[in-house]
Write a protein that binds this ligand. Sequence first.
Ligand code: HEC
Ligand code: HEC
Length: 287
Amino acid sequence: MRVALFAFIFLSLLFAKGPIEPIPKILIEDKEKSKIGKILFYDPNLSKDKKISCASCHKKEYGGANNEEKGTGVFGRKTKYNVPSIYNLRFQYVYGWKNKKYDLKRKIEDIMKNPNIMEADFDEIVDYVYSNGFLKKLFLKTYKNINKENVIDALYNYLLTLNTVESKFDRYLLGYGELSSKEKNGFELFKRYGCIACHNGKSLGGHFYFKRGYFLEENDQELIKCPSLRNVEKSAPYFHDGKIKTLKEAVKWMAKAQLGREISDENAQKIVEFLRSLTGKIDDQMD
Ligand code: HEC
Ligand code: HEC
């Protein structure tokens, strides 16, 4: 398995063309649909107890995640996993820490139905939209029907607008910004250690499932989504279980578990500085 991992890392480094790319500015495809999605995103009426909206867990101030080990869903129930960021999803191919989904719309449906998250009943949601004059009007103007697929489609369109542009690192990649020497050093280490083999592309992750740690003792580990590292400084605590509290610990843990390396505090700190330069701002064309 380790041989396979090294072969994978070697080949990714060999064939990757500019393995980290800036987040491009995207023109919103369908503003009307995204606008409805945005309203739904903040609306607790989609949940069973009418108290929890998407924004209860996916918060702006925490990079589209929250700052707790787990999320709190309907009726005070705790989520099974740590809340991941929902930014830059359009550059990712897999969704869900473990419950693999390759289709973002199906993931949204899953999340909404999850009894620890929203326990949504789509018949009730459709009735609610019909009963809300404002939403009903908007919906019927944009979509012909109010139904489950269209509710999900609106949320999907809104999520596709949540991209974080203009990070310090992207400005550096695009040639109009500078990085500090620590940040540059951190980026070099990130490449040299091989972090970039898994965390790459525009979102630095979100493309594959991997074992939790190729150098951990336990063998038959489940596969876990390699998450995006964009805005990661804001979304502590870390990992699918939310058990690691600081970014520095997360970096040291990764180096050991995935690459079999003990890295010094100083080098871990440099990688943290690099990761902090990945924080961007939402390209909000909706307000
Ligand atoms: C109670 C907290 C909570 C609420 C409310 C919530 N989510 Fe999430 N969300 C989570 C958790 C926990 C996960 C990880 C679940 C998993 O991996 O299967 C997640 C995962 C996701 C993902 C997959 C992200 C990825 O990187 O793989 C998407 C997309 C998403 N949520 C969208 C939404 C939308 C849209 C809503 C509202 C309709 C919503 N969430 C409401 C907690 C929440
Ligand atoms: C073999 C693929 C692989 C390699 C190599 C790798 N990672 Fe990861 N990374 C993962 C996976 C899988 C997870 C999710 C683990 C979990 O949730 O338990 C993860 C999670 C993380 C997280 C937590 C993100 C969050 O939002 O919770 C950070 C930070 C991170 N990696 C940084 C690094 C750094 C720094 C390196 C290099 C020292 C590295 N990774 C190398 C696959 C990899």
